[in-house]
Design a protein around this ligand. Structure first.
Ligand SMILES: [Zn+2]
Length: 302
């Protein structure tokens, strides 16, 4: 077998499970990874990248990562038996995890698993998990909550437009989604519930002029001088969604859609321009692609 074939065998295209999970199979898998890494030092991360079993499994089976390495006969030169549980290693892992998964809270268990130790040993050594987080300046509050409801709904509309249909849970995890799936799970408990909240939100009655007025009077001192003309220029998310749905997520002029051509960008456009007194109402709005929108400018169409 050629070297390139061997490299292929060790790549991610290989089956990701072992045929047997006996002690000997697990140890053999460790030795296989060592061979694949061709002298590169073994860390948990490196190991988990190439192995078909997680280092946590080995730790549970053999008591510790060190024991597993010893039993597999892997030399210190390849896998140094340093104590993984140092303040530096915990903090480094905390930082890298937070950078890698900005929407997910950093749990003690996750970091412990990365270090190949159990969560209890971290708190025994460093005290309360929260204190450690504070020290590093990482919030324990799920960062998914940093998104406003509006931002989460915005992302749903963006994906709905992109796919031309209700987005799936899996699609939250990949571009063009800008809010990860965990943010929805953390906030609403699940994707269906999040969609339910979204639909309820967009089906709300639009704000009446009276409501807009009273909101303004609370926030603006000079409201009495401000004449109440038309509706606000910016199109609300729910109105935008309604127009996009009505137009079936396609440009009403050329008929193109992001679902069929990912290069197409849709905009909700005022038929009678807002600058010329056009209203922010469904009847005065339509879906246009970027190109058709450009061709229009601010001229009033018949
Ligand atoms: Zn178009």
């Amino acid at each position: 077998m050629s070297t390139s074939n061997e490299a292929k065998l060790s790549s991610k295209f290989e089956l990701t499970t072992l045929e047997s999970y006996s002690d000997e199979s697990l140890l053999a898998e460790m030795r296989r990874v060592v061979a694949v890494l061709k002298g590169t030092k073994i860390t948990h991360e490196k190991f988990n990248e190439f192995s078909r079993v997680h280092s946590t499994t080995l730790r549970h089976r053999f008591g510790s990562w060190k024991n597993a390495l010893d039993l597999a006969g892997i030399s210190e030169g390849i896998a140094p038996r340093f104590n993984p549980l140092t303040r530096e290693s915990v903090i480094a892992n905390l930082r890298s995890y937070a950078a890698e998964f900005p929407e997910t809270p950093v749990t003690k268990e996750e970091i412990a698993s990365r270090l190949g130790v159990d969560g209890g040993s971290i708190t025994r050594k460093f005290g309360k998990w929260q204190n450690l987080l504070n020290e590093v300046g990482i919030s324990s509050v799920p960062l998914g909550r940093r998104y406003t409801d509006e931002k989460c709904y915005e992302n749903i509309v963006a994906l709905w437009t992109h796919y031309g249909r209700q987005p799936s849970f899996a699609e939250l995890k990949q571009p063009p989604s800008s809010v990860g799936s965990k943010a929805y799970v953390l906030r609403w408990g699940g994707w269906r519930a999040a969609l339910g909240a979204f639909i309820k939100y967009v089906n709300q009655e639009p704000q009446t002029v009276q409501e807009i007025f009273s909101e303004k009077s609370r926030s603006e001192m000079q409201v009495t001088q401000t004449p109440l003309v038309a509706t606000p220029r910016s199109i609300s998310l729910s109105l935008r969604y309604k127009v996009l749905c009505r137009d079936k997520f396609r440009c009403v002029i050329c008929g193109r859609s992001p679902a069929k051509d990912h290069n197409i960008e849709l905009h909700v456009d005022h038929i009678h321009p807002w600058s010329k007194g056009g209203q922010n109402i469904e009847e005065n709005l339509r879906t246009l692609c970027f190109d058709c929108n450009l061709g229009k400018g601010a001229k009033i169409e018949s």
